[in-house]
Design a protein. Structure first.
Length: 260
């Protein structure tokens, strides 16, 4: 897999940032250093768009520098919803199955979707549950819906594109209705070593911007950035400690594993 580094430190997983006095994703807390605290990775394609496209990434197209829409792009979500509404209005048949198929096809053209996302869209448009179930099952049979491929591509895109850790990726997939077993399989693509390598790359990118700040503020800012991306407290502080030690900062007040 090609590593991309268009990470945005402002992206936070569901639950918000873990700043001073706030709770970390693994249940710890940060009180300061002196506190007490497509084709996816399997060669599959679906949804009318290459699944591995980075979310929010920009890539020139036609020489005009237009943004490529991908996972999680609000403009793609809005466009898909608008197109779906037009498809429903323009359907010449009153058959709810035809309406359901048109809605799903329009939404899948905008960006890949999970079965639950499509089911929710059909429910909002008052498609009968039995009709929706039949249409969605058919779409799964022909691989227009593939939650496993969606989850794999999501992990690929969001980890290498935004630097998110396994915890944050799993939470995002849960909100999209992906089956827990498929989530576990998808996030298993990342091991602890790869996750820590990405965390260090994120810190290295941010380190220069913190120079000139006092030591405690640098630690809070760097560790908080990793916390917002789903990294555990122990890993975040360990990575920050190593980065600061290489710059000559005194980090003796932190334990071997970043504990206070």
């Amino acid at each position: 897999m090609t590593r991309r580094t268009d990470w945005a430190e402002s992206d936070a997983p569901p639950g918000g940032p873990a700043g001073v006095g706030e709770t970390w994703p693994d249940g710890g807390s940060w009180d300061g250093p002196h506190g007490g605290g497509r084709e996816d990775g399997r060669g599959r394609s679906f949804g009318g768009r290459r699944a591995g496209d980075d979310e929010g990434g920009s890539r020139p197209r036609g020489g005009r520098g237009r943004r490529r829409r991908g996972f999680g792009d609000p403009s793609a979500e809005d466009e898909g919803a608008a197109s779906s509404s037009r498809a429903e209005r323009e359907a010449s048949s009153g058959d709810p199955a035809e309406r359901a198929r048109a809605i799903c096809l329009r939404l899948l053209t905008g960006t890949p979707r999970t079965r639950k996302q499509l089911a929710d869209a059909l429910r909002k448009r008052e498609i009968p549950d039995d009709v929706a179930e039949e249409v969605l099952s058919r779409f799964e049979e022909v691989r227009l819906i593939d939650d496993s491929a969606f989850a794999d591509a999501w992990v690929e895109s969001r980890h290498h594109g935004r630097g998110l850790a396994r915890r944050a990726l799993a939470q995002e997939l849960r909100t999209k209705g992906v089956d827990p077993a498929l989530i576990d399989e998808a996030v298993a693509q990342l091991d602890s070593e790869q996750e820590e390598t990405t965390a260090r790359e994120l810190v290295d990118r941010k380190l220069r911007a913190t120079r000139g700040l006092d030591r405690d503020k640098r630690i809070r800012r760097l560790a908080g950035m990793l916390a917002r991306k789903g990294y555990s407290q122990g890993m975040a502080l360990r990575v920050v400690r190593q980065a600061l030690e290489e710059e000559g900062e005194d980090t003796e007040f932190l334990g071997e594993d970043g504990e206070f």
